[in-house]
Design a protein around this ligand. Structure first.
Ligand code: SF4
Ligand code: SF4
Ligand code: SF4
Length: 256
């Protein structure tokens, strides 16, 4: 990155609900921490100004059409560092549920007779994470992202450190929190193969992990096997069960 006192950062959105940008816009008192570290030059949700002169680009949402691809290539050209934020951008997220469905049927189901006028009609058959189109330097996982993790990544980048993003399963955090395992409640849970970093917050609240932080890098080898074995399951069983967030990653792993 160029040597500057405050790096210039810009935020961009592709297909998504903008929930991750909202997390950043709602940093409340911590917004001052952010502004002490960086100069925000583009952020459509909170300001009118826009500049193409930036060092770090944060990109939310999935790429779904040629226009998105052009935008991404332009962003990559301008930015020293590209960070994908949120499940739609990091792993395809909920957008990729439709990847295994009939594209035209999905359009008609959502837009009825107006399907031909819809954005979906002219979009690709597959929604893609950002790194399927351009090189991504870092990923901030979650749906939506965690505000503290976002600040940690910004702080790390500003001082030239590699951000600490866990690559172990949610089960580790869940067990540390002494939760009753979802399997013991006769529910299914993808915590054994999902990247930690959220403090197992969904299980803490009495539900289960849905996989929003995506698969850990090597779920076959490093997943919390003993949890699965105890209930007579394999990581493949878990991944088969949940397509909510894993559709793109599963397909990519199958094609490796
Ligand atoms: S990852 Fe979740 S919060 Fe972020 S844009 Fe996608 S659906 Fe919205
Ligand atoms: S399977 Fe789910 S509920 Fe059970 S320990 Fe892992 S994360 Fe927690
Ligand atoms: S527990 Fe699972 S679904 Fe919930 S925030 Fe963590 S990774 Fe996402």
């Amino acid at each position: 990155m160029k040597q500057k006192i405050k790096p210039k950062v810009a935020f961009f959105d592709l297909a998504g609900c903008e929930g991750d940008q909202l997390q950043i816009a709602n940093l409340e008192e911590k917004i001052l921490d952010l502004l002490n570290l960086v100069e925000v030059v583009s952020f459509r949700e909170v300001m009118k100004e826009h500049s193409d002169d930036y060092d770090i680009a944060f990109i939310e949402g999935s790429a779904t059409n040629d226009h998105a691809e052009e935008r991404l290539k332009e962003i990559r050209k301008n930015a020293d560092i590209v960070v994908a934020i949120g499940a739609c951008a990091t792993i395809g997220g909920v957008n990729s549920i439709r990847n295994k469905q009939n594209h035209e049927e999905v359009g008609e189901r959502v837009y009825g007779d107006n399907a031909e006028l819809s954005e979906l009609y002219i979009s690709w058959e597959k929604a893609k994470p950002v790194d399927a189109v351009i090189k991504v330097d870092y990923k901030i996982h979650g749906c939506p992202i965690d505000r503290d993790e976002f600040l940690h990544v910004v702080e790390s980048l500003v001082v030239g450190r590699v951000p600490n993003i866990p690559d172990y399963p949610v089960c580790v955090e869940c067990k540390l929190n002494e939760n009753v395992c979802a399997f013991e409640r006769e529910e299914f849970c993808v915590g054994p193969v999902t990247r930690a970093g959220c403090d197992a917050c969904c299980v803490n609240e009495g539900t289960r992990c849905w996989g929003c932080r995506g698969l850990i890098d090597n779920p076959n080898e490093e997943a919390h096997m003993e949890v699965l074995e105890e209930y007579g399951l394999t990581p493949e069983d878990v991944m088969k069960e949940f397509d909510l967030y894993f559709t793109w990653q599963k397909e990519a792993r199958e094609n490796e």
